[in-house]
Design a protein around this ligand. Structure first.
Ligand SMILES: Cc1ncc(COP(=O)(O)O)c(C=O)c1O
Length: 381
């Protein structure tokens, strides 16, 4: 029954899919949607202002897909009601693809909510051991609440995650190991064999969280994912999101895959109820492979442009498998950020003490073109 339901939804989503998501969204004009007094105060309300190349937050402007947008429209009209069974339906669809039980899936308001819940659940047990650079927002949430401490293990010379170093830092008293694969902000994927073997060994001592927010953008997601370790019963939690390849960051849907017991704990610690629009759009988009292929191809096209430009300028750029590139411009990242901002191009500022490394996200091709055109001048200013 559940499988039939999800198949029907899969087909509904895919059959209506076109690649014109952005065009359709544009059909409702900002001026029609918002009252003038709101527009008068507008500062990047729901996305960048006209003429701004937003390349700072790893969003994907090619989404949402048409299959998602049709569902947003439907769910918006049903906004009087709590979302009902939509959460369960989405969990069933995700479980079906990964070959796990729906009870092993926890759907949250962006993967960030699940990651925050995990940080407050495991942080009090002992330190969160992680690479020096990783997406640390949710671990920091727990530290702000006094519920966790982070032990940061330096990266290797080549900026990859030092798995041996992390393993050496893990003890029975470790609260959680948190890894991001591919990593953010480096964009690097760890070698799958080494990574999984290390995760497996560490999971014998403590819970290992593998944040796979960008995994669908990696060259070989099926080999690199740690979902198979979850299926083998290792103490591993994998998180994924609709914010990246699906281009639905504003719709706020993410999920974890873990044992049923761990899922129960995460569900209990999650703090919000997901909006019906988010759930419905995720149901619409989840199996829209035509859109996913298109989305990935545009991101890869933009990424190659950045890699070509940085190579031409003799800058070191890490071989990203994500929708962003971390490169060494030779100039303070905050200076590059300010110079670019003056041209309405937004890139990330400095991370920790990685002063001359800049992270640029893959936006629309024309925006990445603007970034590439201005980079030589910014770098030599
Ligand atoms: C590695 C990583 N994980 C998780 C997230 C959170 O994404 P969301 O809460 O939108 O799913 C981000 C956001 O940029 C990220 O870079």
């Amino acid at each position: 029954m559940t499988i039939q339901l999800s198949r029907r939804l899969i087909l509904t989503g895919a059959a209506g899919a076109t690649l014109a998501g952005t065009a359709r969204a544009a059909a409702v004009k900002k001026e029609e949607a918002f009252p003038p007094e709101v527009l008068a105060h507008e500062h990047a309300l729901l996305g960048p202002d006209e003429g701004v190349a937003l390349l700072a937050r790893n969003e994907n402007p090619y989404g949402p897909s048409e299959s998602a947008l049709r569902m947003v429209e439907y769910a918006g009209k049903k906004g009087a009601y709590y979302p009902g069974q939509a959460n369960i339906t989405l969990a069933e669809m995700i479980a079906e693809r990964h070959g796990v039980d729906p009870k092993q899936i926890v759907i949250t308001t962006g993967s960030g909510e699940a990651l925050s819940a995990i940080a407050v659940l495991y942080g009090p047990k002992g330190p969160i051991v992680a690479p020096r650079l990783f997406w640390d927002t949710t671990a920091l949430y727990a530290t702000r609440l006094g519920m966790a401490e982070i032990t940061r293990v330096p990266l290797k010379e080549d900026m990859s995650v030092d798995l041996a170093g992390i393993e050496a830092a893990v003890t029975e008293d470790t609260g959680l190991v948190q890894l991001c694969n591919p990593n953010n902000p480096t964009g690097l994927v760890s070698d799958s064999k080494t990574f999984k073997a290390a995760v497996k060994r560490m999971a014998k001592k403590t819970t290992v969280l593998v944040d796979e927010a960008y995994m669908e953008l990696a060259d070989d997601p099926d080999t690199n994912t740690c979902v198979d370790l979850v299926k083998k019963g290792d103490d591993v939690i994998v998180s994924r999101t609709f914010s990246k390849i699906y281009g639905m960051a504003g719709l706020r849907v993410g999920y974890t895959i873990s044992s049923e017991e761990t899922a129960e704990k995460i569900r209990g610690a999650a703090m919000s109820w997901i909006a019906g629009t988010g759930l419905a759009s995720a149901i619409g988009a989840y199996n829209d492979h035509k859109f996913l292929d298109y989305s990935k191809s545009k991101i890869l096209e933009a990424r190659q442009m950045v890699l070509d430009k940085t190579a031409e300028l003799g800058m070191e750029a890490l071989p990203s498998q994500t929708n962003f590139v971390y490169f060494k411009s030779g100039k303070p990242a905050n200076d590059i950020h300010e110079l670019m901002k003056a041209k309405n191009i937004l890139v990330r500022g400095q991370y920790m003490d990685y002063a001359d490394w800049t992270r640029v996200s893959m936006g629309k091709i024309e925006d990445v073109e603007r970034f590439c055109a201005y980079l030589p001048e910014a770098a030599s200013a």
